[in-house]
Ligand binder design. Structure first.
Ligand code: ZN
Length: 147
């Protein structure tokens, strides 16, 4: 847990008083530089270059979807991830990593098939979900991760 977190839009480090904020309030925190939401209610796009700061040093659990545009099941699960991002804004960061554009991270985590989702907590992989689960199944997982 750190109170410094990198903005997913402009990659500026922001100091966040997270301990003092409720989940609803932390969902509304904006970046000091670009004024966009630090924890937006939509999935954020990840890149190899910022993975450590966006995921491993995140103050909230991060669900990373390893995907590619040509993968049908990945496209099918995209609306589900959007719903999770909006439902759990401020509690869970939902993020997407295009494995074709970011091979370094994908190979580091041994991604063999997509979609694969990994839940990161305090810089560690806490859970792995293979394939595209329906929304209720993923919601149930998120409840477990957040409890
Ligand atoms: Zn920013």
């Amino acid at each position: 847990m750190t109170d410094i977190y990198t903005c997913p839009h402009c990659h500026t480090a922001n100091r966040l008083p997270l301990a003092k904020l409720t989940a609803g309030e932390s969902g509304k925190v904006v970046c000091g530089r670009c004024k966009q939401m630090i924890f937006p209610p939509v999935p954020v796009q990840l890149e190899d270059a910022h993975f450590d700061r966006q995921v491993l040093q995140a103050p909230l659990p991060v669900l990373v979807d390893f995907w590619a545009p040509w993968c049908g099941p990945c496209r099918a699960v995209a609306p589900t991830l959007e719903k999770l991002a909006s439902q759990y804004a401020g509690q869970l960061i939902v993020a997407k990593l295009n494995v074709d554009e970011n091979p370094q991270t994908a190979s580091h985590y041994g991604i063999r098939s997509i979609p694969t989702m990994m839940l990161f907590r305090h810089g560690q992989v806490a859970d792995t979900v293979m394939g595209a689960l329906p929304l209720p199944a993923l919601q149930q997982k998120v409840q477990t991760w957040l409890s």
